[in-house]
Design a protein around this ligand. Structure first.
Ligand code: NBX
Length: 838
């Protein structure tokens, strides 16, 4: 569309106040925003008003990049990654945008000149916690890297009104509080109501013959919901690229209200509006477990349909034909949460755009790539066929047809193999019938990837074995990565300054340059400075823990940290068994020579996951006993930090000495916290699981504390018949630790509280804690000894950082671009697009 003729040559002056980067313009812009947007003058303004004024000042400086980027992509018809994810765990935006725009220091100075403190202002921001854990945070890191690498991309997701719950701890137990992150307004989003779309739900389908005599299907829905996009800017690190994260918010469509309104049922119409808005109300708080709720399926089709319709609009707007869809877009599915994309794209192309099955299938299969994030059977999504058909009758028909054609092919390749057909079918018919979303994703995509080398191998051998035999060419591995901008530059300014001083600042976007630090690993003065930085970071965290938990923490103690979602397979309780053992040893032998340790935990449990909640209670029970025991003063402390989120993560990684990555081998797909710790100079104690394997390969076995069974050993032990009782009886220290929990030592004498947890360990122990206990405790002894040799420990810490270059999300994204997406970079020139006629 051309602008109206009389606007063609009109021009807006982009004022200096909205682009200028000098302290003077920044200060003027800040005061201007305080007055004109917040409607406050300094004497009445709150810290939050100041934060908002600063956020708008920064947003203004993003807008020119954002508009130039959109214009360049439109003009050039650039090939674009559509990253579909039910979760984007973005974390606070202000600091990160300051880093990426390269204006952190100057803004810090400007606000200081106004008598304000940048850290305090950043504290005012409500963090967008639109994700559960690793999967959601990975999506956020990937957006940062795509923008930094100038890869055209659109993130598509849901604008949850309530993100992941806030975790409170009362009487040692988790209490969930709703996260009203939008309450005071969100300066980092722009609503785009003009691009709203409708999504249909429920009802039935009808066959009909169109004017050219072709068989067609129309879907008469029971309900229509409007999706309104809200755009967030995603600025690259020191590039002009500013991509978009487009999150959909559910609303009732006016037309629907209107009909009921005319019939006089006004309150009924309002009720419908409310129920429509429920769709994007809340993030499901489960990680690595699928609940099979109708509302969750509705959320999935909602954001998938909105996003695909948006892509088709963009395609048309750029004058491209439907047949060019897979040239314009590559769709990456972040796990199976958006896997209904396969059926919805087919439906849109056939039913709404008149394509034949074959033409639609060709486009669909060429456009979609699927990332798997889990080996946990309970996390594999499947929907009861009845529920699926009631909500998505047309999609179920399409899935049946895909399945029919697919199984025909399988039958041709593997005649007389009905078992294989049953295993591969998109429909699980072993009992109640289910739609298997991972199977739909595998059949409908051209690429299937795991998130670490071991994970991909296990997918090929186990979870997706039949698909690997059928389509070996689709499988590839993409080891996860994390963004050094947020998890080093922003969160660890001391280490960043030292790295910059030593090797220059290009490592921030070329992380392999950290290699050049290796030369310094033996340098005593460098080691000394490195150690002092870790001490200062630990001091900061000690102050935080003093405020939050009322504990006096010795910053000289070994900070032994496990922060991640609470899950049995991640084995936080194995960590606890070691703490109890150490406690018993110190009680029995007060002169035992072990370094003082502070055990730090953080993480949320899914609200319905009772055993995980008990694990939190156990940590707090052990903390209560140990922290109050005078004999343990200066020797052991245990801290559970409430409400682990992105902001808290950024405080913790820089202060860690030891990173706990102790999942049962074969269960953690990759892990990404493991990378964040090591990049901040922590040494890892871990199993050969997920990306730990590759981290150890990179940093060197001598700089990594390895313990535990390997994945093949785990399978072998289980096959041979694992009996946890044998380990309990065979190891007096293990028995003592478990018994002490059972008799109520850590629950004020109540012997019932932890019974379910201990019973499960003694009778079943699916994650082999008891089998790995002895090796873990022995390994922890080696850790303690190594920590006592400060030079040795510091050298390990330096070498960990120096050798972690592979684990930048920039490297991951380059791998995806090269092997899967085939998306060339598009450099952006800043032009004055405020010139309306362009
Ligand atoms: O994805 C995580 C894996 O557990 C990690 O090993 C991996 O590093 C990370 C990124 O690849 N998976 C994860 O976070 N899953 C979920 O949060 C999840 C959420 C909802 C759901 C299933 C899984 N229904």
């Amino acid at each position: 569309m051309q602008p109206a003729a009389n606007l063609n040559h009109a021009a807006v002056q982009v004022e200096d106040d909205r682009t200028g980067l000098t302290p003077e313009t920044l200060k003027r812009a800040f005061l201007d925003n305080l007055f004109y947007i917040q409607g406050k003058f300094p004497r009445l303004a709150t810290q939050h008003d100041y934060y908002m004024a600063l956020a708008y000042t920064v947003r203004d400086r993003l807008l020119q990049r954002w508009i130039s980027t959109a214009a360049a992509y439109t003009e050039q018809g650039s090939r674009t990654v559509a990253y579909l994810s039910a979760e984007f765990l973005m974390g606070p935006q202000l600091g990160h945008n300051l880093v990426n725009l390269g204006i952190y220091d100057i803004v810090q100075q400007a606000v200081a000149d106004l008598g304000l403190n940048l850290d305090e202002l950043m504290e005012q921001e409500a963090e967008p916690g639109l994700g559960n854990g690793g999967l959601g945070r990975l999506a956020a890191c990937y957006l940062d890297s795509m923008a930094t690498l100038e890869v055209p991309s659109l993130g598509y997701g849901i604008r949850y009104e309530f993100g992941i719950f806030r975790q409170d701890i009362r009487n040692g137990q988790q209490v969930e509080v709703t996260d009203k992150w939008l309450r005071l307004g969100n300066p980092w989003e722009l609503p785009r109501p003009e691009w709203a779309v409708d999504v249909k739900l429920g009802g039935h389908t009808e066959a009909y013959t169109d004017r050219s005599g072709r068989y067609r299907v129309r879907w008469i829905p029971y309900q229509v919901i409007k999706g309104v996009p809200y755009d967030m800017p995603i600025a690259g690190y020191r590039t002009n690229t500013c991509n978009t994260l487009r999150l959909w918010s559910a609303q009732a469509p006016e037309a629907f209200d209107f009909e009921i309104f005319n019939s006089g049922d006004y309150l009924g119409a309002v009720q419908d509006k409310l129920s429509s808005e429920n769709l994007s109300k809340v993030l499901y708080p489960n990680d690595n477990i699928s609940q099979g709720k109708r509302l969750r399926l509705a959320q999935q089709i909602f954001f998938v349909s909105c996003s695909l319709q948006d892509m088709l609009r963009i395609l048309a707007r750029q004058g491209l034909a439907l047949s060019q869809f897979s040239q314009k877009f590559v769709i990456q599915l972040n796990d199976t949460h958006p896997a209904v994309t396969v059926a919805e794209l087919m439906r849109l192309l056939m039913d709404e755009h008149g394509l034949s099955w074959d033409a639609a299938w060709d486009i669909t299969q060429r456009s979609i790539a699927y990332t798997n994030h889990t080996l946990m059977p309970e996390a594999l999504e499947k929907w009861p066929v009845d529920m699926f058909g009631q909500l998505l009758p047309r999609h179920l028909e399409i899935i049946y047809e895909i399945n029919h054609r697919f199984l025909e092919q399988v039958r041709a390749r593997f005649p007389d193999d009905s078992d294989r057909l049953r295993r591969l079918s998109l429909i699980d018919e072993s009992g109640e019938r289910y739609v298997r979303m991972a199977h739909l994703a595998c059949v409908g995509s051209f690429s299937i990837n795991g998130v670490a080398a071991l994970h991909t191998e296990l997918l090929k051998q186990d979870v997706l074995k039949d698909f690997y035999e059928l389509y070996p060419e689709k499988f590839n591995s993409k080891t996860n990565g994390v963004t050094p901008r947020r998890f080093m530059v922003l969160s660890n300014p001391r280490q960043t300054e030292m790295l910059n001083r030593t090797i220059g600042d290009t490592w921030v976007s070329r992380l392999d340059e950290l290699k050049r630090l290796e030369a310094k690993a033996e340098d005593p003065s460098f080691q000394h400075d490195w150690h002092m930085i870790k001490q200062a970071n630990k001091g900061d965290l000690a102050n935080y823990m003093a405020k939050q938990n009322g504990l006096v923490i010795n910053p000289e103690s070994l900070f032994d940290v496990q922060v991640k979602r609470i899950h049995e397979y991640k084995r936080q309780h194995l960590n606890v068994l070691h703490i109890i053992t150490l406690y018993h040893r110190l009680k029995a032998s007060p002169n035992l020579e072990v370094p003082p340790r502070t055990f730090i935990f953080g993480g949320k449990a899914a609200p319905g996951y009772h055993v995980a909640k008990l694990m939190i209670r156990l940590v707090n029970g052990v903390a209560e006993v140990i922290n109050h025991d005078p004999a343990m003063r200066d020797r052991l402390k245990v801290v559970f930090l409430r409400n682990f989120n992105v902001r808290l993560a950024q405080r913790i990684y820089p202060a860690a000495d030891l990173s706990e990555q102790i999942s049962m081998a074969g269960k953690e797909a990759s892990g990404t916290g493991n990378m964040k710790f090591a990049l901040n100079g922590a040494v890892t104690i871990g199993t050969l699981d997920g990306a730990n394997v590759e981290i150890r390969d990179e940093v060197g076995a001598e700089n990594f504390f390895l313990f535990g069974l390997t994945a093949p050993e785990v399978y072998a032990l289980k096959a041979q018949g694992y009996n946890p009782w044998d380990y309990y009886q065979g190891d007096p220290e293990l028995k003592q630790a478990l018994d002490s929990i059972l008799v109520g030592t850590f629950s004020r004498g109540d012997g019932e509280v932890f019974k379910p947890l201990i019973d499960s360990l003694l009778n079943w122990d699916p994650y082999l804690l008891l089998a790995d206990y002895q090796d873990y405790v022995a390994c922890q002894e080696r850790v303690g000894q190594a920590f006592c040799d400060r030079t040795h420990w510091t050298r390990m810490s330096i070498l960990n950082v120096a050798r972690m270059g592979l684990f930048s999300s920039d490297r991951s994204i380059q791998d995806y671009c090269r092997d899967v997406w085939r998306t060339p970079a598009v450099p952006i020139e800043l032009t004055d697009h405020a010139q309306l006629g362009e």
